[in-house]
Design a protein around this ligand. Structure first.
Ligand SMILES: *Cc1c(COP(=O)(O)O)cnc(C)c1O
Length: 430
C-alpha cells in the first residue's frame, strides 16, 4: 500500500501542529506508524491522499451515522449555507432540531445548543454545581467527557492512549473536586455517597463507555446511580455525546429506560458539523442564563448549517434505519469473534448497537482496569494488518469502532476477510 503522500504531509504537519495533529488520537501513537491523510469520504468508505480506499469504522469518531456525504444531509446544509452561515440571533433551524430531540427524548424538557461535546459537558457540570450549590463531582476511571479542566482526571480516549491520566495545567485545587471511582462498581458509589454525599453536585457517566473501548454497564448499574443521586440530592448527568442517537433513537437512556436530570450530546447530533447540546429537567435548565444566573454562551451556538446537518441526519434515522444498523453491526461483531477463534486469538468483542471494540484479552472487559490489561501489542499488529487490507479501525485499543447505515453486507464481508489475516498476524505477537 502506497503511503508516500501521507508521509510527506505528516512531516509538514509535525512542523505546524503539536505531534502533527489537531486532536491527539489521530496521531497513531497507540499503534505506531504514520496516520493517513484523508482526502474524501463517500458512504461507508474513505479515501486517503495516496488513493487508498478503506471501509471506515471511525466515521469522524461517531458523528456520521448515515455515512459520509449523504445527499440529503449535503443538500440541507448547502441550503442553509445559501441563507447565511451565521447570524448570532435566533433562527428557525434551532427549533426544528430541538423539537426532534425532545420528541425522541422527552426527558430533555429544555436544552441549549453549543458547538462541541466538551462545551456541553463543561456547561452541564457548571449547571449541576450552580443548581445544587455543591462543588464536588463524581466521574469514573476511564470515562472521557471531553477536554475540559474538571473532567481531565482519570479520563480515557486520547488521554488513555497517551498514558496521561491527569494533564499538567489542570490546577490541583480544581482536580480535588473531581472524585473518581471504577466504572460498574455500584457498591463503591454507595459507600462514597454515605461518607460525603452532601458535598457532591453530580455524577457524570458515559452510560455505555466508548472512550476506554466499549464497556457495557452491568444490569441495574445506571438505575443504581440514579437512585443514589436521588437519595443524596445530587444530579445524574448522562453523557450521551457518543451514545446519543447512536445506540437507539432515545440514546442509552432510551435503551435502558433511565430518566436522568441532565444529558449531554455531541457527535451524531451534528452529523459531522460542530454541534453539542446539554439539556434535561426544565427546573434545572431554567437556572441557565438568561433565564437564570448560571452563565453559558457561544457565538456560533445553534449555527444554522450545523442545525441543518443534525436535523436531516436524525430524520433519516427511522426505526427501520436503526434495525438495519443493528443487523449489520451484529453480523460484524459475530464475524470478528469467529475470525479470532479460527486463528486461536483470545478476544472479547464488546458491542452495544453500532459501537464495538475487539479487546485482546482472555477475560471479560468491564472497567478501566480490565481494559488496561489487554494486549496492546497484539492490537497494534491486528490494526496495521487491517489497515493494509483496506479497513480503517480506530487506531487505539481504547476506542470504539462505529458503523453507519451506509455500511453494506459487502463491506462486512470485505472486513471479515481482512480481519482473518489480521488475527493471524496478531497470533504471531506474544
Ligand atoms: C467525544 C466525547 C466528548 C467530547 O466531545 P468533543 O466534541 O470531542 O468535544 C465528551 N463525552 C463523550 C462521551 C465523548 O465521546
Amino acid at each position: 500500500m502506497k503511503t508516500e503522500l501521507s508521509e510527506k504531509l505528516f512531516a509538514k504537519a509535525k512542523d505546524l501542529f503539536p505531534g502533527g495533529v489537531n486532536s491527539p488520537v489521530r496521531a497513531f501513537k497507540g499503534v505506531g506508524g504514520t496516520p493517513r491523510f484523508i482526502a474524501r469520504g463517500k458512504g461507508s468508505h474513505i479515501f486517503d491522499v495516496d488513493g487508498n480506499d478503506y471501509v471506515d469504522y471511525v466515521l469522524s469518531w461517531g458523528p456520521l451515522i448515515v455515512g459520509h456525504c449523504h445527499h440529503e444531509v449535503m443538500r440541507e446544509v448547502q441550503d442553509a449555507m445559501k441563507d447565511g452561515s451565521s447570524f448570532g440571533a435566533p433562527s428557525p433551524r434551532e427549533i426544528q432540531l430541538a423539537e426532534l430531540v425532545r420528541e425522541r427524548m422527552p426527558w430533555v424538557e429544555k436544552m441549549r445548543f453549543c458547538s462541541s461535546g466538551t462545551e456541553a459537558t463543561t456547561a452541564a457540570i457548571r449547571v449541576a454545581r450552580g443548581f445544587t450549590g455543591r462543588d464536588d463531582i463524581l466521574k469514573f476511571d476511564g470515562c472521557y467527557h471531553g477536554a475540559g479542566d474538571p473532567l481531565l482526571v482519570k479520563a480515557g480516549s486520547g488521554v488513555e492512549t497517551l498514558g496521561l491520566p491527569d494533564s499538567p495545567g489542570v490546577p490541583a485545587d480544581l482536580a480535588r473536586h473531581t472524585l473518581t471511582l471504577p466504572f460498574n462498581d455500584l457498591a463503591a458509589v454507595e459507600k462514597l455517597f454515605a461518607e460525603r454525599g452532601g458535598k457532591i453536585a453530580a455524577i457524570i457517566v458515559e452510560p455505555i463507555v466508548g472512550n476506554m473501548g466499549v464497556l457495557v454497564p452491568r444490569a441495574g448499574y445506571l438505575e443504581g446511580l440514579l437512585a443514589t443521586c436521588r437519595k443524596h440530592g445530587a444530579l445524574l448527568i448522562i453523557d450521551e455525546v457518543m451514545t446519543g442517537f447512536r445506540v437507539s433513537s432515545g440514546g442509552a437512556c432510551g435503551l435502558y429506560g433511565i430518566r436522568p436530570d441532565l444529558v449531554t450530546f455531541g457527535k451524531v447530533i451534528g452529523a459531522g458539523l460542530p454541534v453539542g447540546a446539554f439539556g434535561g429537567r426544565a427546573d434545572v435548565m431554567d437556572r441557565v442564563a438568561p433565564a437564570g444566573p448560571i452563565y453559558q454562551a457561544g457565538t456560533l451556538s445553534g449555527n444554522p448549517m450545523a442545525m441543518a446537518a443534525g436535523f436531516s441526519s436524525l430524520r433519516l434515522m427511522t426505526p427501520a434505519a436503526y434495525e438495519k444498523l443493528e443487523r449489520t453491526s451484529a453480523a460484524l461483531a459475530e464475524g470478528l469473534a469467529r475470525a479470532a477463534a479460527a486463528e486461536k486469538v483470545p478476544v472479547q468483542v464488546n458491542r452495544v448497537g453500532s459501537m464495538l471494540t475487539v479487546f485482546f484479552s482472555e477475560k471479560p472487559v468491564f472497567d478501566a482496569a480490565s481494559a488496561r490489561a489487554c494486549n496492546t501489542k497484539r492490537f497494534a499488529a491486528w490494526y496495521h494488518a487491517l489497515l493494509e487490507g483496506g479497513v480503517y479501525f480506530p487506531p487505539s485499543q481504547f476506542e470504539a469502532a462505529f458503523l453507519s447505515t451506509a455500511h453494506t453486507d459487502t463491506d462486512v464481508e470485505h472486513t471479515l476477510a481482512a480481519a482473518r489475516t489480521a488475527f493471524a498476524a496478531a497470533a504471531k505477537v506474544a
